[in-house]
Design a binder for this molecule. Sequence first.
Ligand SMILES: Cc1cc2nc3c(=O)[nH]c(=O)nc-3n(C[C@H](O)[C@H](O)[C@H](O)COP(=O)(O)O)c2cc1C
Length: 144
Amino acid sequence: MVSISVRPERYSFHMLEESREFVVNLTTEALVRQADEAGVRSGREVDKWKHLRLTPQKASRISTPLIAESPVNLECRVKQVIPLGSHTMFLAEVVAVDVDPGLLEKNGRLALERAGLVAYSHGEYYGLGALLGRYGYSVKKKRG
Ligand SMILES: Cc1cc2nc3c(=O)[nH]c(=O)nc-3n(C[C@H](O)[C@H](O)[C@H](O)COP(=O)(O)O)c2cc1C
């Protein structure tokens, strides 16, 4: 499951309400400038696909297109719409995950560390930085 919270005054809002679908397109260092511009311009003024030179790609389980340039896309179907005041939360089921085949290793492992993902922290975009540990590493017994 995944949730997003969107202000009702956003142009995208009625599309979410009507289609009850959305895609989470993970953002990379190569895409961060376009992601920022997509986040400060409205679809009311500009066709963001054209303006940002992004390519719509058919999704596998929903009608909403994916952003082809993004290496990982989560296809989401809305299960609950929860008005929270300033924002409305769309709680959704991830019904498909599309992955750039270049990130899949021979054994099927997803090499997400090679995608160049970015993080958004307090108004600023960052690369992910150094690996700090692996799941469960804090309780694993040390060898020797
Ligand atoms: C990094 C970033 C995060 C944002 N997060 C949200 C958010 O969680 N909810 C929201 O309603 N708007 C958020 N915004 C603002 C919208 O992206 C912005 O109002 C945009 O113009 C909406 O586009 P639209 O009018 O085409 O829907 C965010 C903007 C940026 C740059």
